[in-house]
Design a protein around this ligand. Structure first.
Ligand SMILES: [Zn+2]
Length: 478
């Protein structure tokens, strides 16, 4: 999410628990170690950096071994870029198994994109660690490693209170194209009772939240075609349909005056947020002018489906978005034509329990109903789509994460969601386990953007939260 409260810093009293003392004792080494990892430019999107992705995987595997994880493997046996898997059994054979998911690849970063510091020469400035991956997601995977060390130090045990597994994917930033193959190839190793995703954050430093859902997506391109070539607008204009005009009519018909999406059946499967969730979201700080001017980069007003707040529109309502609308002549001067074709690129963000395949069927029906005589329409789907993911807010897993984060942050942790889409639904479905999130990224971390940074006290608090979590889940189960 994209707003952030400011003011007093979040944080429980350092040293107030055995876990926080153990984290504090390791803080300096943690930062130095993370800086070393951040110097490896593991950019999955750039084939020129795929050696670095492999180097990053090897680095992580070596560290995990040194930290005592009994089983550590680099998985390079599918078309996926190298992933790292590790496992550390609990002493108690009956303890639940928890799989932690994160990714060790990073978004591209180049000084020329507007960075004010070298993206792969990380440095600490005040409370911040600056560099690509400092937050997303190397910082968060390092946070989990520190949390395990703190958990063991605090309990004095040789092994964790739950059977811990860790999966660090190598190409999440490139869309996890081969994650399904990776999961299928290693289903037995990854078997678990619960999944905890680190690749996530909070609404603000003083609005500690836990993500409980992400939206899915359907990606389409609609092409309207008329004549086989552009026609003279004097000789033919007014006598044949204009594909650009007709496609603009279709796009305009996507929403009604209340900005509700008009695709047939679009809302049939939408699960509304609970009253408790809506109350929690209403209690979160939201400074609309600051949000518009800051996170929303000067957007001039909020706009969306009538009857819902901005958080609700982003987290609990599906959307239809026009990503691009192209057709005809856009060059210098003028060209008097009836264009032969027009294209609209549309994406739909989905919420539970919408099914991407069903939404796509609705889109095809909508296009058919808005294609006039004389125009042929084509709907091109950009893959099978991403299903939405929703957590069981009342589950032991989610309530225990809220409690563990609350102890570490010294504040109540409210449920929130994220508007984006990721591989979480695939993980939960393929591994048939409940999934929850624990991460401390802030909107101001500038992930995917120039000048990425992490707030070190929050990463340390996050590590403490995971240390509490393993102890608590060992006691209660998941
Ligand atoms: Zn990420």
């Amino acid at each position: 999410m994209t707003t952030e409260a400011t003011g007093a810093s979040t944080g429980a009293t350092p040293g107030a628990t055995a876990e926080s003392a153990a984290v504090a004792a390791r803080a300096e080494a943690f930062v130095a170690d993370l800086q070393e990892w951040l110097r490896i430019p593991s950019i999955s999107a750039d084939p020129g950096h795929h050696d670095d992705v492999a180097r990053s995987a090897a680095w992580l595997a070596e560290r995990l071994r040194a930290e005592g994880w009994p089983q550590v493997e680099v998985w390079d046996d599918t078309d996926a870029l190298p992933a790292v898997f590790a496992s550390w059994p609990a002493a108690d054979a009956d303890a639940p198994t928890v799989l932690v998911y994160g990714h060790h690849d990073v978004q591209p970063a180049d000084l020329a994109d507007g960075w004010s510091f070298a993206p792969f020469e990380p440095e600490v400035v005040g409370e911040e660690l600056r560099g690509r991956g400092a937050s997303d997601d190397k910082g968060h995977l390092a946070m989990v490693r520190l949390g395990v060390a703190a958990h063991l130090a605090a309990t004095g045990a040789d092994g964790p209170a739950v059977h811990l597994k860790l999966l660090a994917e190598g190409e999440e930033e490139s869309g996890s194209a081969y994650l399904d193959a990776l999961l299928a190839a290693h289903r037995d190793a990854l078997a678990c009772d619960a999944i905890v995703v680190t690749d996530t954050g909070m609404v603000g430093r003083d609005a500690p939240t836990v993500c409980t859902g992400m939206r899915g997506m359907v990606d389409t391109e609609i092409v309207f075609r008329g004549a086989s070539v552009d026609l003279h607008s004097g000789q033919f204009g007014g006598a044949v349909p204009n594909p650009v005009t007709e496609l603009a009519r279709l796009v305009a018909a996507l929403h009604d005056d209340d900005r509700r999406v008009q695709v047939p059946g679009f809302y049939d499967d939408v699960r509304p947020p609970t009253d408790a969730e809506r109350a929690a979201w209403a209690a979160l700080p939201f400074d609309e002018p600051a949000w518009l001017a800051g996170s929303a980069a000067g957007a001039q007003a909020t706009a969306g489906e009538a009857g819902w707040s901005t958080y609700e529109r982003l987290w609990a309502r599906p959307t239809a978005e026009v990503n691009g609308l192209h057709g005809g002549y856009g060059g210098p001067g003028h060209k008097t034509i009836v264009p032969h074709s027009a294209t609209a690129k549309l994406t739909f963000r989905l919420v539970a329990d919408q099914d991407p395949a069903r939404v796509l069927e609705g889109v095809r029906a909508f296009v058919a109903a808005h294609t006039p005589p004389g125009i042929s329409a084509e709907v091109i789907a950009g893959g099978p789509g991403v299903p939405p993911l929703i957590c069981d807010v009342d589950s032991t897993l989610v309530t225990t994460i809220r409690e563990a984060m609350g102890v570490a942050l010294g504040a109540e942790v409210l449920p929130a969601r994220e508007g984006g889409s990721g591989p979480e639904a695939l993980l939960a479905t393929e591994l048939a386990a409940p999934l929850a999130f624990l991460g401390v990224m802030l909107p101001s971390d500038r992930i995917h953007a120039p000048d990425e940074r992490a707030v070190l006290p929050l990463l340390l608090a996050g590590a403490e939260a995971t240390a509490h979590l393993w102890r608590m889940l060992g006691d209660r189960g998941v």
